[in-house]
Ligand binder design. Structure first.
Ligand SMILES: [Zn+2]
Ligand SMILES: [Zn+2]
Length: 316
């Protein structure tokens, strides 16, 4: 089933036959423009080449916003993996919003639905139930269809309801394009077209694909350390690009953990930064799995492996 037909079927089911909402032309158009500009920049077809300033802007813009998405939108807003002050909570939300993946409460509630229905019918982005393209970005392009039917994400909304007491977060969720537009304008003001291209557009596309690969690649390719009920995988390449999020099987085993890379061989830059911020007193109460919890989860895995090795029981 193609991504758009899957979206339509999903929406119709969720809405009990209600008519579909408006299509997603704005998101798709923005995406096409951003990808075309990125291809133009990377292929060097007459685009301004990056100097040291542009490269520094590119790395800084990618790194800050990847941290905003992984440590902010994901580990803090969606999973409550640690605690922080109200100003830093807002800073995380602004950083995440500047990556143009919609608002913090929208993002976190959709992600909660992913964990509630991983790789089954209610999962917004599963490469098991839909296509790889759908799981990667198709669901995001079609998200206006979803959003026309609030009932579809009631459970996810409930999970992040506690943040609705903060008017600054509710406002940011509504005007989520603001931080991205401000960052683009700042990059243009600092360095003209090369600044806009390398300081905003290219790293935005980079953060998109690194983030979306967690939903697509990490439910398709990689190793499974824990016997979770979904098809989540640990993928070291995605873990490197997405600051630790590619340790996705670990994450599905311990969704509330602030740490996704559980050994030194599982890279997790966002956790390293969170640890540094903890030492500085900016964040606190980082939640981590205990040794006992790790051993219990590992034992469940060996039980499953042994059952598989033994094969199906004989029919008598
Ligand atoms: Zn997942
Ligand atoms: Zn998660």
């Amino acid at each position: 089933m193609g991504p758009l037909r899957f979206a339509a079927a999903q929406c119709q089911r969720e809405a009990n036959g209600a008519p579909l909402g408006d299509g997603p032309p704005l998101l798709v158009t923005t995406s096409v423009i951003m990808h075309s500009a990125t291809a133009w920049a990377l292929l060097g077809a007459g685009a301004p080449p990056p100097g040291s300033l542009e490269l520094a802007m590119c790395v800084g813009s990618f790194g800050l916003r990847m941290f905003g998405i992984t440590a902010g939108y994901h580990r803090y807003f969606a999973h409550g993996s640690y605690r922080t002050s109200r100003p830093f909570q807002f800073a995380l939300a602004v950083l995440g919003a500047s990556a143009w993946q919609k608002g913090p409460l929208w993002w976190a509630s959709h992600h909660a639905e992913h964990h509630l229905h991983s790789d089954s019918a209610g999962d917004p982005h599963s490469p098991v139930c839909g296509s790889l393209l759908w799981a990667h970005m198709g669901w995001f392009w079609a998200c206006m269809e979803y959003d026309a039917h609030p009932a579809a994400f009631q459970a996810g909304r409930g999970r992040v309801a506690r943040f609705r007491q903060y008017p600054e977060l509710v406002a940011l969720d509504r005007f989520h394009h603001g931080p991205g537009i401000a960052l683009g304008a700042l990059a243009y003001a600092a360095d003209g077209l090369p600044g806009l291209l390398w300081g905003f557009i290219v790293p935005t596309v980079g953060v998109w694909h690194a983030t979306f690969a967690v939903n697509s690649a990490c439910h398709r390719w990689g190793s499974r350390r824990f016997a979770t009920t979904d098809n989540s995988r640990n993928n070291v390449w995605v873990a490197l690009a997405a600051f630790g999020e590619g340790n996705h099987n670990n994450h599905h085993a311990f969704p509330w953990s602030a740490r996704h890379g559980l050994t030194w061989r599982e890279p997790d830059l966002s956790y390293a930064i969170l640890r540094a911020l903890e030492l500085l007193g900016v964040v606190w109460d980082l939640r981590l799995p205990t040794q006992e919890q790790l051993e219990r989860a590992a034992a469940r895995r060996s039980l499953t492996v042994n059952k598989q090795a033994a094969g199906p029981p004989d029919k008598l």
